[in-house]
Design a protein around this ligand. Structure first.
Ligand code: NAD
Length: 419
């Protein structure tokens, strides 16, 4: 596949897949299966607004590959959640679950909507209607949704309730639920926790020194970005810049993260945080920091700004934040990129633990969950690093991660007899 700067998100993921297919020496038939998706459902989602009008949105559920287990993937409510983006995110889930070794396939859902102006009742109607439209392909051993951008534990509660109305009470139909409805200890922080864990390892292998000497910039301050900031701050890293969809702030000595979290909880944004200066959100990505953590939307580091990135490590907390052209330029400059399918896999790992706990109706404490998460990610990082540094076949951690993941999916699909 040619390296171009205008690839769609799904083509971009498949660009990385093709590198792995070369390393793993896949057949043309296997490539044909794995560069496509198993099922794509497009639904109309009409939502009654509080003023009596009807707004009509398009929703998707894409199931990419289920060779290794039930389909698994988040649902996002975002204006850019078109079919190509949802396909890309579904395929990333296939590779992510395989890389960390949780027994799921890959799926994703999305509704093309900007829910920022929605009241809570409008959000509930949107969530219930979307779930109702896709419910026939969802099931606790078939496809298990979870939160993603602009969806959260409350949205998962409505999804679970919708399913329960049809099929009876079923906690394991969604993950990322509130604790009161069968959620798991540690799930809310899990993606950010995993981001910080793999960041620690990347800092270690790059011999960058101790956290207090290292600076971080984090794009996005939602579930993933804010938890990554809190946990990195607790370890002593200096978080010097953060942003959200409304703007960016910085402080050269490090932001007071607990106070920032309180400010965001109160005001809804990082902007106007006392003790910080505003900054151009685009400049955050090229700030003079040691580690850059994109934790918001996809395709933010592109051919336009890759050459200006000054961080020596990028930890991809968001999905698909670096385009293939930018990835090649950064790899050429020896910037270490911890790829999304490893860096943000903490979320799906604890989602798996939530599903296990729901199935066995027996619940673990947070220490147990965090310990299991840490061991899983440690192994995934080690496997990837070893493949990257010892085989000589992968030009980057991303290529190594994809090569490992693709191999595992191909093995499962072959054993089941459809490859
Ligand atoms: P979220 O909705 O909780 O937060 C998103 C944050 O990004 C918000 O602070 C928002 O203001 C900000 N944002 C949106 N557009 C932006 C822009 N253009 N520039 C700067 N900031 C912007 O979402 P989340 O769950 O934290 O997800 C963030 C990313 O992490 C997504 O790419 C998602 O796919 C990925 N991810 C999430 C999970 C999870 O468990 N939630 C797991 C794996 C990966």
């Amino acid at each position: 596949m040619d390296l171009r700067d205008d690839l769609t998100p799904f083509e971009a993921v498949n660009y990385f897949f093709h590198k792995a297919a070369d390393i793993d020496k896949l057949s043309d038939a296997a490539i044909a299966v794995l560069t496509g998706t198993y099922r794509e459902l497009r639904v109309q989602v009409p939502v009654r607004r509080d003023d009596g009008s009807l707004s009509v949105h398009i929703g998707y559920r894409v199931q990419h590959n289920g060779a290794r287990g039930p389909y698994k993937g988040g649902v996002r409510f975002h204006p850019s959640a078109d079919l190509e983006e949802v396909r890309a995110l579904a395929s990333l889930m296939t590779w992510k679950t395989a890389l960390v070794g949780v027994p799921f396939g890959g799926a994703k859902g999305g509704v093309q909507v900007d829910p920022t102006g929605f009241s809570q009742t409008e959000l509930e109607r949107l969530s219930r209607r979307y779930f109702g439209q896709i419910a026939h392909i969802i099931g606790p051993n078939r496809d298990i949704p979870a939160p993603d951008m602009n969806t959260n534990a409350q949205v998962m509660s409505w999804f679970m309730d919708e399913y329960g109305r049809r099929r009876g009470h079923t906690t394991q139909i969604v993950t990322g639920k509130p604790l009161a409805l069968g959620g798991s200890e540690g799930r809310e922080a899990a993606t950010g926790r995993g981001v910080v864990q793999v960041m620690d390892r990347a800092v270690e292998v790059r011999e960058l020194g101790v956290p207090r000497d290292l600076t971080l910039a984090i794009q996005g301050f939602g579930n993933v970005g804010s938890w990554a900031a809190r946990l990195a701050d607790e370890k002593g890293y200096r978080i010097v810049a953060v942003s959200d969809m409304y703007g960016a702030v910085h402080h050269p000595d490090g932001l007071d993260v607990p106070a920032l979290v309180a400010h965001v909880n109160e005001s809804g944004s990082v902007t106007d945080f006392a003790g910080s200066e505003p900054m151009d959100p685009a400049a955050l990505l090229t700030a003079d920091v040691d580690v850059l953590v994109p934790a918001a939307v996809g395709e933010v580091i592109t051919h336009h700004n890759a050459d200006d990135v000054r961080a020596s490590i990028i930890v991809e907390a968001a999905n698909n934040p670096v385009t293939p052209v930018a990835d090649a330029a950064l790899t050429e400059r020896d910037v270490l990129i911890v790829p999304d399918i490893l860096a943000n896999a903490g979320g799906v790992t604890v989602s798996y633990y939530e599903w296990v706990q729901n199935n066995q109706e027996l619940y673990w404490d947070e220490t147990e969950v965090n310990g299991r998460l840490e061991r899983k990610l440690e192994k995934a990082f080690d496997d990837t690093w070893k493949f990257y540094t010892e085989t000589g076949e992968a030009a980057s951690m991303r290529e190594a991660a994809f090569a490992l993941a693709v191999n595992r999916v191909v093995e499962a699909a072959s054993l089941r007899g459809y490859l």
